[in-house]
Write a protein that binds this ligand. Structure first.
Ligand code: NAD
Ligand code: WQD
Length: 348
């Protein structure tokens, strides 16, 4: 059993990871400012697992909050750092908020962790750090670059972590580069809960299927792909969550810096996603082809050999599982979770 400190744990990927950690008999302490989530997700995780979550409402940039947590929870051994702002378009409009939250916030967190002598750290990075890759599949040794402020924040934190490990061999750091997380837990109780108009493909398709949006805009059908639409490596969030447990195992026994892709190694086009969704749900997804979205790339999928070999992790769930679980979540929670108020979870 390891006691793990989870930042951003009330969010989409964090809540699924906490579920897996609790089911594997680990203990969790969560810090989340609820800027993009509801405490209801953790209340539901508690119900599903029959185990409790220690929750602190607060911000990773708040030193005194971090110091209080590390004083009250002296047996924390490792950290999984999910907390970040994540909307690419918004990051172009308010870049300073992204650098402040994602970069400055992570530096504050790392400083306080160093002081508390907690030096095992898993970081949520993104395939966005590969920029526009020269070829696919993408290995971890591909060159990195960023095309927007959000991507810059992920790349900057990767560089900070690299320098930190080089400066102090006591750190064990895992950088996980997620491809495109989709789907939800099979219970339909936790899932992705976007604000307003979804930026990402799957949540948008889900909202068309449930009648909240009239049609999908397909961003370009003139890419150099088999049907002209963009190809991505969609990964089930339950598989992704499990990758964090494997990364935790790795850093508990191996110091230094470890970088791994979390993807399936399989790409699907936008039109293939639409067809899969129609087939699984029986709903028609009307769409219209519009211009390319600025900053989009033609194709992106992972080479997964390194994660398989070094973490002993591989994605098990396929496209049907992704679509079925996403739809189950959407139908059960047409308005998401943010309107719910958690009443059971004790908040520190
Ligand atoms: P999410 O928004 O659902 O979860 C992030 C959580 O962090 C939210 O609960 C939010 O309230 C919290 N948070 C944000 N800033 C905070 C702060 N300063 N202090 C405390 N809490 C804060 O997002 P997610 O999809 O679960 O993403 C988790 C992580 O994975 C992020 O770092 C994101 O950049 C990264 N990531 C996500 C995707 C994706 O497509 N979902 C892909 C690649 C990487
Ligand atoms: C997938 C495909 C679109 C919406 C983004 C971030 C990345 C990471 C994951 C956090 C593309 C097409 C989309 C729509 C469409 N996030 N599309 N109509 O762009 O691969 O990655 O989320 O780290 O950093 O950039 O994901 O789901 O937005 O798009 O045609 O309404 O669907 O053009 O080909 P993307 P996405």
């Amino acid at each position: 059993m390891t006691k793990v400190f989870i930042t951003g744990g009330a969010g989409y990927i964090g809540s699924h990871t906490i579920l897996d950690l609790l089911e594997s008999n680990h203990a969790v302490v969560v810090l989340d400012n609820l800027s993009n989530s509801s405490i209801e997700s953790l209340t539901r995780v508690e119900k599903l697992t029959g185990k409790s979550v220690t929750f602190y409402e607060g911000d990773i940039r708040d030193r005194s909050a971090l110091q209080k947590i590390f004083k009250e929870q002296p047996d924390i051994e490792a950290v999984i750092h999910f907390a970040a702002l994540k909307a690419v378009g918004e990051s172009n409009e308010i870049p300073l908020a992204y650098y402040q939250n994602n970069v400055a916030g992570t530096v504050t967190l790392l400083e306080e962790l160093a002081t508390a002598n907690i030096k095992k750290f898993v970081f949520s990075s993104s395939a966005t750090v590969y920029g526009d890759p020269a070829s696919v599949p993408i290995t971890e040794s591909f060159p990195t670059s960023a095309t927007n402020p959000y991507g810059q924040t992920k790349l900057m934190v990767e560089h900070i972590l690299t320098d930190l490990v080089a400066s102090d061999p006591e750190w064990s750091v895992s950088i996980l580069r997620y491809f495109n997380p989709v789907g939800a837990h099979e219970s339909g109780l936790i899932g992705e809960d976007p604000n307003g108009i979804p930026n990402n493909l799957m949540p948008f398709i889900q909202q068309v299927a449930i009648g909240k949006r009239d049609q999908l805009s397909v961003f370009g059908n003139d890419y150099d792909t088999h049907d002209g639409t963009g190809i991505r490596d969609y990964i089930h969030v339950v598989d992704l969550a499990n990758g964090h447990l494997k990364a935790l195992n790795k850093i508990m026994t191996n110091k230094g810096l470890h970088i791994h892709n979390l993807g399936t190694g399989q790409g699907y086009s936008v039109l293939e996603m639409v067809t899969a969704f129609e087939k699984v749900t029986g709903k028609s997804i009307p769409y219209q082809v519009v211009a390319r979205r600025q900053g989009d790339i033609a194709e992106c999928w992972a080479q997964t050999n390194k994660s398989e070999k070094e973490l002993g992790w591989k994605a098990n769930l396929g496209l049907t599982d992704m679509v079925e679980s996403a739809w189950n979540w959407q139908e059960n929670n047409p308005n998401g979770l943010k309107s719910n108020i958690g009443v059971n979870l004790a908040c520190k």
